[in-house]
Design a protein around this ligand. Structure first.
Ligand SMILES: [Zn+2]
Ligand SMILES: [Zn+2]
Length: 448
């Protein structure tokens, strides 16, 4: 049985050199003279082995090498591991995330290893940190990301090393009833896998010292590398910068999808958006792109209202104002036709419902604590022909919608890049979530 040499303890294992060394060790078996076949069962030729030579090679060269020769050992990668929910603020002090070196097993059948190049910090991540979206610990969070394919597992034939991909937090199996209905956002198999912190394939590929670590919605992007199911990846053109591409994985599909797919906002409609984080601002931008005549941006923070105005909101209302509802009703002559709640709060949903006019539609795309309840007078739904809709991942069909949204962005109709604020490293992640919780930034992009 082949054994793998260990790095000496105390080695500066987080250094680039050491990480590269782990890659080298992971690849070392191809130089084992006793081994004449690769894991695909294909014979290795001497020139082939020479092509996989590691002397003088760096990461890049090794990634190229993996086109022909998947590794079979776990690799090391730095990751932000969440081991405990409900740590107190400030997170910069309590450090809910610890930056650790984890083991990533090689991608199995139908899986892909992705080098994460950019990951957005989203409110849904915060909701796990603060216990609003409880999950089994430990886990590597991060569900909005873009990267490049570093290795493909057996059976993956339509992606190759170096391809650029956006990671999608609801992979669709293509075989369940909701997938068959054309609603992959509701894929039953994906919901089960995401709930169990596994990949769509059912596997877990992250561990440390033999202890399994959960995947976050099949993505786990707060890390240098992630193993994902093929169905969690959408291939994109390599000309789109990673940091912009990442936003399409959650903020864009969730925010713009709610407007375009879930509500199908028609040209000339009046729209209000409650909650102006990355997702809410994307709803605002999509409403403008759809041709809404009126876009009323609502938030509790003046800075966010100011940004919304800069992004083209026709009006802004501070939700803290005691007459906020009256202001919106006056601006929209009795209420808006479409109101979107993107603040992860039942109070915000109540506000959105209240400012929707008779016959209008209220859409919520946020996820407050599962124990929180929203009450609606039943007769109001009937007498006012109200529609109340939930929107998960913007009711998107990612394979169809991501290229559409990218095209709108490239034509200047959906200026996604205007949402980007700070760029941070893995070591700044706790501070980054303080900023997000304070509402001090819109979309911070983590570059691991
Ligand atoms: Zn399905
Ligand atoms: Zn998100």
């Amino acid at each position: 049985m082949r054994t793998r040499p260990e790095l000496p303890r105390g080695h500066a294992s987080t250094s680039a050199l050491a990480r590269r060394t782990h890659w080298l060790l992971g690849m070392a078996h191809v130089r084992d003279p006793t081994m004449t076949t690769d894991v695909w069962g294909q014979r290795l030729t001497r020139p082939g082995l020479a092509a996989l030579g590691i002397a003088g090679g760096g990461r890049r060269r090794l990634r190229c090498a993996t086109i022909h020769q998947p590794r079979s050992d776990p690799m090391k990668a730095r990751a932000a591991v969440l081991r405990e929910m409900l740590k107190p603020r400030p997170y910069a002090t309590s450090k809910p995330f610890s930056i650790e070196e984890v083991d990533l097993a090689a991608p199995g059948e139908g899986e892909v290893l992705v080098r994460i190049r950019a990951a957005g910090l989203c409110h849904s991540d915060l909701s796990t940190i603060n216990g609003d979206r409880p999950r089994e610990m430990p886990i590597v969070l991060g569900h909005e990301a873009a990267g490049e394919v570093a290795e493909v597992g057996p059976g993956v034939r339509d992606l190759k090393v170096g391809d650029h991909v956006i990671l999608i937090f609801v992979p669709s199996c293509g075989a369940c009833i909701t997938c068959a209905e054309g609603r992959p956002a509701l894929c039953e198999k994906a919901a089960a896998a995401n709930g169990a912190n596994t990949l769509l394939t059912g596997a877990r590929r992250i561990s440390q010292k033999g202890q399994s670590i959960g995947h976050h919605v099949g993505v786990s992007a707060f890390a240098e590398y992630a193993v994902c199911a093929r169905q969690s990846l959408i291939k994109i053109d390599s000309t789109l910068p990673f940091e912009e591409a990442a936003l399409f994985g959650c903020a864009v599909v969730t925010g713009a999808g709610a407007v375009i797919n879930t509500a199908r906002v028609p040209t000339g409609a009046s729209v209000a958006v409650v909650g102006l984080g990355g997702v809410g601002l994307m709803s605002l931008l999509a409403a403008r792109a759809a041709g809404a005549r009126q876009t009323i941006a609502i938030d509790m923070l003046d800075d966010k209202l100011k940004l919304a105005k800069q992004l083209g909101a026709t009006h802004t209302v501070n939700a803290r104002d005691t007459d906020a509802v009256e202001q919106v009703r006056a601006l929209s002559h009795g209420g808006v036709e479409f109101a979107f709640e993107m603040a992860s709060s039942v109070k915000a949903l109540e506000l959105a419902f209240t400012v929707t006019r008779r016959g209008g539609m209220t859409v919520t795309g946020s996820l407050p604590h599962p124990a929180h309840r929203f009450e609606v007078p039943a007769s109001q739904l009937v007498a006012e022909e109200r529609t109340l809709k939930g929107s998960y991942i913007g009711s998107c069909v990612p394979l169809r919608d991501i290229p559409r949204f990218i095209a709108l962005y490239q034509q200047g109709l959906l200026p996604v890049d205007r949402l980007m604020s700070e760029r941070i490293g893995l070591d700044d992640i706790n501070l980054g979530f303080d900023r997000l919780a304070d509402g001090a930034s819109v979309r911070q992009i983590l570059v691991p």
